[in-house]
Write a protein that binds this ligand. Structure first.
Ligand SMILES: *Cc1c(COP(=O)(O)O)cnc(C)c1O
Length: 477
């Protein structure tokens, strides 16, 4: 065997050992950053080392510093596991090393991307003519969709943002719910749109449609307007009963604390009546649409203009993979497309015209693999399983002394307190020390909470039982 074969074989052995260890190893890491740095060594070697030895050193030094995120007992943030089909496809993606920007140069990836895009639009109940960009995550998906939105609302107001930039442009109003994910604000900042206008939300974090309507009816403060209003320029918008200002409304499918979904039907109707572009951030919640049992949560969301989601959360594809979906491909291409004389571009449009990157890995391979492995019913079962486990968690927590579940458990998230903030924080600390499961602490509605997010295919009933037992030990203070 040559060094390449040995290195790949070793990598496979280390990966298999890691995956096998997940059933029994503590979920939190055992080593600190400093421990891992010490194990790696900090001196850049003067000369070469064999690839196989490098793989061994990397695996040995990093092992103790790895967090068992793909375990069935990791419920922190919203992480998602890696389905075996997606993980294996991801290995192939690296071996194949396709720069998947151009249709004619990498036909295999383009074919897989085309098929996968159609499957996703079908599963999610979104317009079949929509465009799907395979990006790094939901933050970038939000950015990509909002870039299309920004270009389009300004175009309708007679302004070409790609040619003329934002200086002197009509000011774009962006309205968001009080409990949108912070990555929406970050995406807006990348786009030079500044901080959004915040619309009130209810006790579960859902945007108030009455407050949205009120905000849209009130034309908003124009004091910050740095250009002319679009009233004289926007025939297309005015024809649909439009506002005098280009407007974007951002809704949410899946609140990170409560799992709640915005009331899409009413919110989309109000926003469109006022001529706004409607974007939905559904990083982990969009896949509710793939389950006949949970589809009602997103009712009416198909009327929006764009949707961001992650494949690396609910769909259990390895990092990093997000999906930017836009109903009308034209504004997406207008925002993300470009021409390069040395590129071999296709008349029908190239994959890179749907994403911010030019060079990028073949992300669609892993998404195709998990969808092909699970099938329509398997994706629904995956989502329903997460929700069922979340319900079991909530019931188990309610039975614990002093525990209060704060949210209506409609999806995959559970938020609980265990008394005052100090005691809740102590319970979070103790459960992490115990090592059986990872649950994160957070703040919601100005209280310390313990958060559980179920989002891995690997989670079993036994994992949930063991994790609730750990929580019972941690809360018996
Ligand atoms: C996780 C999340 C994001 C950000 O997604 P990344 O993949 O981490 O970029 C955005 N919105 C919501 C609701 C999320 O849960």
């Amino acid at each position: 065997m040559d060094d390449r074969d040995t290195a790949l074989l070793r990598a496979h052995e280390h990966a298999a050992a890691w995956l096998d260890s997940l059933a029994t190893r503590p979920v939190p890491p055992r080593a600190t950053v400093a421990d891992v740095v010490a194990a790696l060594g900090t001196d850049l070697p003067d000369g070469p080392t064999s690839a196989a030895d490098v793989v061994d050193l990397l695996a040995t030094a990093c092992g103790p510093g790895l967090t068992a995120m793909p375990s069935g007992r990791f419920y922190g943030m919203v992480i998602g596991g890696s389905h075996p089909a997606a993980l294996a496809a991801d290995w192939l993606t690296s071996a194949w090393d396709q720069n998947s920007a151009l249709r004619t140069v990498t036909p295999a990836h383009t074919a897989v991307e085309d098929v996968t895009s159609a499957w996703l639009l079908d599963l999610l109940g979104l317009p079949p003519s929509g465009a799907v960009g395979f990006v790094t995550g939901a933050t970038t998906a939000n950015f990509t969709c909002l870039a299309a939105a920004r270009g389009e609302v300004l175009r309708r107001a007679g302004w070409d943002v790609r040619r003329d930039g934002l200086t002197g442009a009509p000011r774009v109003r962006v309205l968001v719910g009080a409990e949108r994910h912070e990555s929406v604000d970050l995406a807006l900042s990348y786009l030079g749109l500044g901080a959004p206008e915040v619309v009130a939300a209810d006790d579960q974090g859902r945007i108030s449609v009455a407050a949205l309507e009120e905000a849209l009816t009130d034309q908003g403060s124009t004091s910050a307007d740095h250009g002319s209003t679009s009233a004289d320029r926007g025939p297309a918008l005015r024809d649909q009963g439009s506002p005098s200002r280009p407007t974007i409304v951002v809704l949410q499918a899946g609140n990170v604390h409560s799992g709640a979904f915005d009331p899409f039907g009413a919110a989309v109707e109000v926003a469109h009546r006022h001529g706004a572009w409607v974007h939905v951030d559904g990083a982990f919640g969009l896949f509710a649409a793939a389950s006949p049992t949970h589809r009602g949560l997103v009712a009416g969301y198909e009327g929006a203009d764009s949707w961001a989601t992650d494949a690396h959360k609910t769909l259990n594809v390895p990092y990093d993979c997000g999906l930017a979906i836009v109903a009308d491909p034209a504004p997406l291409r207008a925002a993300m497309g470009m021409h390069g004389d040395y590129l071999i571009q296709s008349d029908t449009g190239d994959p890179f015209e749907k994403v911010p990157e030019l060079s990028r890995r073949g992300r669609a391979f892993a998404v195709w693999a998990v969808l092909r492995a699970l099938g329509r019913s398997g994706v629904a079962d995956l989502v329903d399983g997460f929700c069922r486990h979340a319900t079991t968690f909530a019931a188990g927590m309610r039975a614990l002394d002093g525990a209060v579940v704060l949210n209506d458990v409609v999806f995959t998230q559970v938020c609980a307190t265990f008394g005052d903030d100090a005691r809740t924080r102590e319970v979070v600390r103790r459960v992490l020390d115990d090592g059986t499961a990872w649950m994160s602490g957070s703040r919601w509605h100005d209280r310390a909470v313990l958060r559980v997010s179920v989002s891995s295919w690997a989670t079993t009933d036994a994992d949930v039982r063991a994790s609730l037992d750990a929580l019972a030990r941690a809360s018996a203070v």
